[in-house]
Design a protein around this ligand. Structure first.
Ligand SMILES: C[S@@+](CC[C@H](N)C(=O)[O-])C[C@H]1O[C@@H](n2cnc3c(N)ncnc32)[C@H](O)[C@@H]1O
Length: 356
Protein backbone atom coordinates (compact mmCIF):
# COMPACT_ATOMS: atom_id res chain seq x y z
CA UNK A 1 0.00 0.00 0.00
CA UNK A 2 1.29 3.48 -0.90
CA UNK A 3 0.58 6.23 1.63
CA UNK A 4 1.28 9.95 1.21
CA UNK A 5 3.01 11.22 4.33
CA UNK A 6 0.58 12.34 6.93
CA UNK A 7 0.57 13.19 10.57
CA UNK A 8 -1.71 15.36 12.69
CA UNK A 9 -3.40 18.32 10.96
CA UNK A 10 -1.07 21.35 10.91
CA UNK A 11 1.93 19.08 11.47
CA UNK A 12 4.71 18.13 9.06
CA UNK A 13 5.84 14.45 8.93
CA UNK A 14 9.56 14.41 9.70
CA UNK A 15 12.39 11.89 9.55
CA UNK A 16 15.72 12.35 11.33
CA UNK A 17 18.82 10.18 11.55
CA UNK A 18 21.40 9.80 14.28
CA UNK A 19 24.22 7.36 15.02
CA UNK A 20 22.91 3.85 15.73
CA UNK A 21 22.24 3.64 19.46
CA UNK A 22 21.59 7.36 20.04
CA UNK A 23 17.88 7.14 19.17
CA UNK A 24 16.67 7.48 22.77
CA UNK A 25 18.89 10.48 23.52
CA UNK A 26 17.89 12.11 20.21
CA UNK A 27 14.20 11.50 20.98
CA UNK A 28 14.67 13.07 24.42
CA UNK A 29 16.21 16.17 22.78
CA UNK A 30 13.18 16.36 20.45
CA UNK A 31 10.57 16.24 23.21
CA UNK A 32 10.30 20.03 23.83
CA UNK A 33 9.75 20.63 20.09
CA UNK A 34 7.09 18.04 19.25
CA UNK A 35 3.74 16.67 20.45
CA UNK A 36 3.74 13.32 18.64
CA UNK A 37 5.46 10.08 19.59
CA UNK A 38 8.84 9.31 18.01
CA UNK A 39 9.09 6.04 16.12
CA UNK A 40 12.61 4.54 15.86
CA UNK A 41 13.96 2.06 13.32
CA UNK A 42 17.52 0.77 13.11
CA UNK A 43 18.92 1.11 9.58
CA UNK A 44 22.44 -0.34 9.75
CA UNK A 45 24.74 2.45 11.11
CA UNK A 46 21.85 4.80 11.89
CA UNK A 47 18.70 5.12 13.94
CA UNK A 48 15.86 6.49 11.81
CA UNK A 49 13.40 8.58 13.83
CA UNK A 50 9.89 9.44 12.56
CA UNK A 51 7.64 12.05 14.16
CA UNK A 52 5.40 15.04 13.42
CA UNK A 53 6.21 18.70 14.10
CA UNK A 54 3.96 21.75 13.96
CA UNK A 55 4.62 23.40 10.62
CA UNK A 56 5.58 26.67 12.33
CA UNK A 57 8.17 24.83 14.44
CA UNK A 58 9.96 23.33 11.44
CA UNK A 59 12.89 25.89 11.50
CA UNK A 60 13.41 25.06 15.20
CA UNK A 61 14.58 21.60 14.18
CA UNK A 62 17.82 23.34 13.17
CA UNK A 63 18.54 23.58 16.94
CA UNK A 64 18.85 19.79 17.21
CA UNK A 65 22.39 18.69 18.02
CA UNK A 66 22.29 14.89 18.39
CA UNK A 67 20.74 14.13 15.00
CA UNK A 68 22.94 14.04 11.88
CA UNK A 69 20.22 14.98 9.37
CA UNK A 70 16.58 16.13 9.25
CA UNK A 71 14.22 15.29 6.37
CA UNK A 72 10.56 15.88 5.47
CA UNK A 73 8.59 12.78 4.51
CA UNK A 74 6.91 12.45 1.10
CA UNK A 75 5.25 9.15 1.91
CA UNK A 76 5.64 5.47 2.69
CA UNK A 77 5.29 2.12 0.96
CA UNK A 78 4.21 -0.64 3.34
CA UNK A 79 6.58 -3.02 1.56
CA UNK A 80 9.01 -3.19 -1.37
CA UNK A 81 9.77 -6.80 -2.27
CA UNK A 82 9.69 -6.82 -6.06
CA UNK A 83 9.81 -4.36 -8.93
CA UNK A 84 6.01 -4.35 -9.21
CA UNK A 85 5.80 -2.73 -5.75
CA UNK A 86 7.54 0.34 -7.21
CA UNK A 87 4.61 0.97 -9.57
CA UNK A 88 2.81 2.69 -6.70
CA UNK A 89 5.61 5.23 -6.17
CA UNK A 90 4.01 7.79 -8.47
CA UNK A 91 1.45 8.59 -5.76
CA UNK A 92 4.29 9.45 -3.33
CA UNK A 93 6.93 11.12 -5.53
CA UNK A 94 4.36 13.42 -7.12
CA UNK A 95 4.97 16.96 -8.46
CA UNK A 96 2.89 18.55 -5.65
CA UNK A 97 4.61 16.53 -2.93
CA UNK A 98 8.10 17.38 -4.23
CA UNK A 99 7.26 21.10 -4.59
CA UNK A 100 5.76 21.14 -1.08
CA UNK A 101 9.01 19.59 0.21
CA UNK A 102 11.08 22.26 -1.59
CA UNK A 103 8.95 24.96 0.11
CA UNK A 104 9.46 23.22 3.47
CA UNK A 105 13.23 23.21 2.82
CA UNK A 106 13.11 26.98 2.27
CA UNK A 107 11.11 27.37 5.50
CA UNK A 108 13.61 25.14 7.30
CA UNK A 109 16.48 27.24 5.94
CA UNK A 110 14.42 30.23 7.08
CA UNK A 111 14.72 31.69 3.57
CA UNK A 112 12.23 34.56 3.62
CA UNK A 113 13.10 35.78 0.14
CA UNK A 114 15.11 34.75 -2.90
CA UNK A 115 14.53 31.04 -2.31
CA UNK A 116 17.18 28.93 -4.01
CA UNK A 117 16.10 27.56 -7.43
CA UNK A 118 16.31 23.76 -7.50
CA UNK A 119 17.98 22.35 -10.60
CA UNK A 120 19.68 19.13 -9.46
CA UNK A 121 18.32 16.06 -7.66
CA UNK A 122 19.42 12.59 -6.60
CA UNK A 123 18.04 9.65 -4.62
CA UNK A 124 19.93 7.67 -1.95
CA UNK A 125 18.60 4.41 -0.49
CA UNK A 126 19.50 3.42 3.09
CA UNK A 127 18.52 -0.16 3.91
CA UNK A 128 18.73 -2.28 7.05
CA UNK A 129 19.84 -5.40 5.11
CA UNK A 130 20.49 -6.60 1.55
CA UNK A 131 17.39 -7.68 -0.40
CA UNK A 132 16.60 -9.39 -3.69
CA UNK A 133 15.55 -6.06 -5.16
CA UNK A 134 18.63 -3.86 -5.59
CA UNK A 135 18.82 -0.40 -4.04
CA UNK A 136 19.74 1.03 -7.46
CA UNK A 137 16.39 -0.15 -8.84
CA UNK A 138 14.56 1.83 -6.16
CA UNK A 139 16.70 4.98 -6.58
CA UNK A 140 16.44 4.91 -10.40
CA UNK A 141 12.66 4.63 -10.20
CA UNK A 142 12.51 7.67 -7.89
CA UNK A 143 14.90 9.63 -10.13
CA UNK A 144 12.90 8.71 -13.21
CA UNK A 145 9.70 10.02 -11.61
CA UNK A 146 11.35 13.32 -10.64
CA UNK A 147 12.88 13.71 -14.14
CA UNK A 148 9.46 13.13 -15.73
CA UNK A 149 7.81 15.82 -13.63
CA UNK A 150 10.67 18.34 -13.63
CA UNK A 151 12.19 17.99 -17.12
CA UNK A 152 14.50 20.98 -16.60
CA UNK A 153 16.10 19.49 -13.46
CA UNK A 154 19.25 17.32 -13.75
CA UNK A 155 19.99 14.11 -11.88
CA UNK A 156 23.39 14.81 -10.33
CA UNK A 157 25.44 14.06 -7.19
CA UNK A 158 25.99 16.31 -5.28
CA UNK A 159 22.42 17.52 -5.65
CA UNK A 160 20.39 20.42 -4.25
CA UNK A 161 17.38 18.18 -3.71
CA UNK A 162 18.15 14.80 -2.14
CA UNK A 163 15.45 12.17 -1.74
CA UNK A 164 16.41 9.53 0.82
CA UNK A 165 14.68 6.16 1.13
CA UNK A 166 14.69 4.43 4.54
CA UNK A 167 14.04 0.80 3.66
CA UNK A 168 13.52 -1.73 6.44
CA UNK A 169 10.76 -3.78 4.79
CA UNK A 170 8.39 -0.80 4.62
CA UNK A 171 10.07 2.20 3.00
CA UNK A 172 9.84 5.89 3.89
CA UNK A 173 10.62 8.43 1.13
CA UNK A 174 11.86 11.79 2.41
CA UNK A 175 13.49 14.99 1.18
CA UNK A 176 16.65 16.07 3.01
CA UNK A 177 16.30 19.51 4.68
CA UNK A 178 19.82 19.65 6.13
CA UNK A 179 23.19 19.65 4.35
CA UNK A 180 26.65 18.30 5.20
CA UNK A 181 27.50 21.44 7.20
CA UNK A 182 24.61 20.82 9.63
CA UNK A 183 26.29 17.97 11.51
CA UNK A 184 29.50 20.04 11.78
CA UNK A 185 27.65 23.16 12.99
CA UNK A 186 28.63 24.97 9.80
CA UNK A 187 32.32 24.68 10.76
CA UNK A 188 35.07 22.86 8.87
CA UNK A 189 35.60 19.45 10.54
CA UNK A 190 38.88 19.52 12.54
CA UNK A 191 41.70 17.79 10.65
CA UNK A 192 42.79 15.45 13.47
CA UNK A 193 42.29 11.70 13.83
CA UNK A 194 39.99 10.66 16.67
CA UNK A 195 38.27 14.07 16.66
CA UNK A 196 34.80 13.36 17.98
CA UNK A 197 31.71 13.84 15.78
CA UNK A 198 29.83 16.86 17.23
CA UNK A 199 26.53 14.91 17.27
CA UNK A 200 28.07 12.17 19.44
CA UNK A 201 29.67 14.82 21.66
CA UNK A 202 26.23 16.45 22.02
CA UNK A 203 24.79 13.11 23.18
CA UNK A 204 27.51 12.83 25.85
CA UNK A 205 26.83 16.42 26.97
CA UNK A 206 23.10 15.65 27.23
CA UNK A 207 23.97 12.76 29.58
CA UNK A 208 26.30 15.03 31.63
CA UNK A 209 23.68 17.83 31.72
CA UNK A 210 26.10 20.62 32.82
CA UNK A 211 24.41 23.07 35.15
CA UNK A 212 24.90 26.80 35.72
CA UNK A 213 28.20 27.66 37.46
CA UNK A 214 29.39 24.04 37.40
CA UNK A 215 33.03 23.37 36.49
CA UNK A 216 33.24 20.84 33.65
CA UNK A 217 36.64 19.42 32.70
CA UNK A 218 37.68 17.44 29.60
CA UNK A 219 41.19 16.19 30.55
CA UNK A 220 41.81 14.68 27.08
CA UNK A 221 40.02 17.33 25.07
CA UNK A 222 41.83 16.93 21.72
CA UNK A 223 40.29 19.47 19.32
CA UNK A 224 37.76 20.58 21.96
CA UNK A 225 34.57 19.14 20.47
CA UNK A 226 33.05 18.22 23.85
CA UNK A 227 33.75 21.72 25.19
CA UNK A 228 32.08 23.32 22.13
CA UNK A 229 29.00 21.14 22.55
CA UNK A 230 29.02 21.81 26.31
CA UNK A 231 28.97 25.56 25.69
CA UNK A 232 26.12 25.17 23.18
CA UNK A 233 24.17 23.19 25.83
CA UNK A 234 24.78 25.57 28.73
CA UNK A 235 27.13 28.53 28.31
CA UNK A 236 26.61 29.36 32.03
CA UNK A 237 28.72 26.40 33.09
CA UNK A 238 32.53 26.80 33.16
CA UNK A 239 34.46 24.65 30.68
CA UNK A 240 38.11 23.63 31.00
CA UNK A 241 40.11 21.49 28.61
CA UNK A 242 43.55 19.95 28.68
CA UNK A 243 45.50 17.50 26.58
CA UNK A 244 49.04 16.18 26.44
CA UNK A 245 49.32 17.13 22.75
CA UNK A 246 50.43 20.65 21.79
CA UNK A 247 48.84 20.31 18.31
CA UNK A 248 45.54 19.32 19.83
CA UNK A 249 45.47 22.28 22.21
CA UNK A 250 46.44 24.68 19.39
CA UNK A 251 43.50 23.35 17.33
CA UNK A 252 41.17 23.60 20.33
CA UNK A 253 42.27 27.19 20.93
CA UNK A 254 41.56 28.06 17.27
CA UNK A 255 38.01 26.65 17.65
CA UNK A 256 37.15 27.87 21.15
CA UNK A 257 39.06 31.14 21.55
CA UNK A 258 38.54 32.33 25.14
CA UNK A 259 35.23 30.55 25.68
CA UNK A 260 37.06 27.82 27.64
CA UNK A 261 40.28 27.54 29.66
CA UNK A 262 42.76 25.36 27.76
CA UNK A 263 46.16 24.01 28.75
CA UNK A 264 48.69 21.30 28.10
CA UNK A 265 48.50 18.68 30.84
CA UNK A 266 48.92 14.96 31.38
CA UNK A 267 45.64 13.39 32.51
CA UNK A 268 47.60 11.12 34.83
CA UNK A 269 48.96 14.09 36.80
CA UNK A 270 47.33 16.84 38.82
CA UNK A 271 44.52 18.16 36.66
CA UNK A 272 43.00 21.12 38.44
CA UNK A 273 43.65 23.08 41.63
CA UNK A 274 39.98 23.12 42.69
CA UNK A 275 37.75 20.06 42.59
CA UNK A 276 35.49 19.98 39.51
CA UNK A 277 31.81 19.00 39.23
CA UNK A 278 31.95 16.94 36.07
CA UNK A 279 34.59 15.17 33.98
CA UNK A 280 33.46 14.74 30.37
CA UNK A 281 35.84 12.76 28.20
CA UNK A 282 36.20 10.73 25.03
CA UNK A 283 38.89 8.40 26.34
CA UNK A 284 41.69 7.06 24.12
CA UNK A 285 40.41 4.03 22.19
CA UNK A 286 40.48 2.75 18.62
CA UNK A 287 43.52 2.02 16.47
CA UNK A 288 45.17 5.42 17.16
CA UNK A 289 45.93 4.63 20.81
CA UNK A 290 47.38 1.70 22.71
CA UNK A 291 45.31 1.46 25.83
CA UNK A 292 45.66 -0.87 28.83
CA UNK A 293 43.85 -1.86 32.03
CA UNK A 294 46.47 -0.01 34.07
CA UNK A 295 46.06 3.19 32.00
CA UNK A 296 42.28 3.19 32.51
CA UNK A 297 42.67 2.33 36.22
CA UNK A 298 45.14 5.19 36.73
CA UNK A 299 42.94 7.62 34.78
CA UNK A 300 39.80 6.77 36.80
CA UNK A 301 41.81 7.01 40.04
CA UNK A 302 43.03 10.48 39.03
CA UNK A 303 39.58 11.63 37.84
CA UNK A 304 38.18 10.52 41.19
CA UNK A 305 40.75 12.69 43.02
CA UNK A 306 39.85 15.66 40.80
CA UNK A 307 36.07 15.49 41.36
CA UNK A 308 33.89 17.10 44.00
CA UNK A 309 32.46 14.48 46.43
CA UNK A 310 29.13 14.74 44.53
CA UNK A 311 30.94 14.84 41.18
CA UNK A 312 30.19 12.78 38.08
CA UNK A 313 32.03 11.50 35.02
CA UNK A 314 30.65 10.94 31.53
CA UNK A 315 33.06 8.90 29.41
CA UNK A 316 33.12 7.27 25.97
CA UNK A 317 35.09 4.16 25.00
CA UNK A 318 34.70 0.83 23.22
CA UNK A 319 36.93 -0.82 25.88
CA UNK A 320 33.97 -1.91 28.05
CA UNK A 321 35.71 -4.58 30.13
CA UNK A 322 38.74 -2.38 30.85
CA UNK A 323 36.74 0.65 31.94
CA UNK A 324 34.13 -1.27 33.94
CA UNK A 325 36.82 -3.04 35.96
CA UNK A 326 38.61 0.30 36.47
CA UNK A 327 35.32 1.74 37.80
CA UNK A 328 34.84 -1.23 40.11
CA UNK A 329 38.44 -1.11 41.37
CA UNK A 330 38.02 2.63 42.10
CA UNK A 331 34.73 2.08 43.92
CA UNK A 332 32.66 4.41 41.75
CA UNK A 333 29.04 3.70 40.79
CA UNK A 334 28.53 3.54 37.06
CA UNK A 335 25.92 2.88 34.39
CA UNK A 336 25.91 2.48 30.61
CA UNK A 337 23.79 5.33 29.24
CA UNK A 338 23.99 4.43 25.55
CA UNK A 339 25.66 1.89 23.28
CA UNK A 340 26.58 3.65 20.04
CA UNK A 341 28.02 2.50 16.70
CA UNK A 342 31.06 4.66 15.81
CA UNK A 343 33.03 3.97 12.64
CA UNK A 344 31.82 0.34 12.65
CA UNK A 345 32.64 -0.27 16.34
CA UNK A 346 30.19 -0.43 19.26
CA UNK A 347 31.24 1.98 22.04
CA UNK A 348 29.49 2.95 25.26
CA UNK A 349 28.65 6.27 26.89
CA UNK A 350 29.13 5.76 30.63
CA UNK A 351 27.97 7.84 33.54
CA UNK A 352 29.74 7.35 36.85
CA UNK A 353 29.67 9.11 40.15
CA UNK A 354 31.48 8.89 43.43
CA UNK A 355 29.80 6.82 46.14
CA UNK A 356 28.50 9.00 49.02
C1 LIG B 1 40.00 10.07 21.60
S1 LIG B 1 40.97 11.47 21.64
C2 LIG B 1 39.90 12.76 22.15
C3 LIG B 1 39.40 13.53 20.96
C4 LIG B 1 38.55 14.71 21.34
N1 LIG B 1 37.35 14.34 22.03
C5 LIG B 1 38.23 15.52 20.09
O1 LIG B 1 37.05 15.70 19.78
O2 LIG B 1 39.15 15.96 19.40
C6 LIG B 1 41.97 11.24 23.05
C7 LIG B 1 42.90 12.41 23.37
O3 LIG B 1 43.66 12.03 24.50
C8 LIG B 1 44.92 12.67 24.42
N2 LIG B 1 45.79 11.96 25.38
C9 LIG B 1 46.31 10.72 25.27
N3 LIG B 1 47.01 10.43 26.40
C10 LIG B 1 46.89 11.51 27.24
C11 LIG B 1 47.35 11.82 28.55
N4 LIG B 1 48.08 10.96 29.26
N5 LIG B 1 47.02 13.03 29.08
C12 LIG B 1 46.27 13.92 28.38
N6 LIG B 1 45.80 13.69 27.12
C13 LIG B 1 46.12 12.49 26.59
C14 LIG B 1 45.30 12.55 22.97
O4 LIG B 1 46.23 13.53 22.59
C15 LIG B 1 43.93 12.77 22.29
O5 LIG B 1 43.74 14.12 21.94
Amino acid sequence: MARRAHTRPGHSPISAVCFAGLGDLAARELTPLIETEVKRTRIRNYDHLSFGVRAENLPRLRELRIVEDVLIDLGRLSKIERSADLARLGAIVSKDAVLAAVQAKNRFDDRRSGSRKTTTFACFVKQDKDRNLRRSEVSSKVEMLVAQQFPRWRCHDPAQLEIWVFWSGPATFAVRLTDEAFKYRGMKPPQREAALRPTLAAAMVAVANPREDEIVLDPMCGTGTLLLEGLAFNARAKFIGSDVSHDAIALAESRLGDQATLRIADALESLHDDPVDCILCNLPWGHQYSVSESLYRDLIGNFKRTLQPSGRMVLLTDQAQMLESAFTDSGVEWSREARVLVRGKWANIYKAHLRD
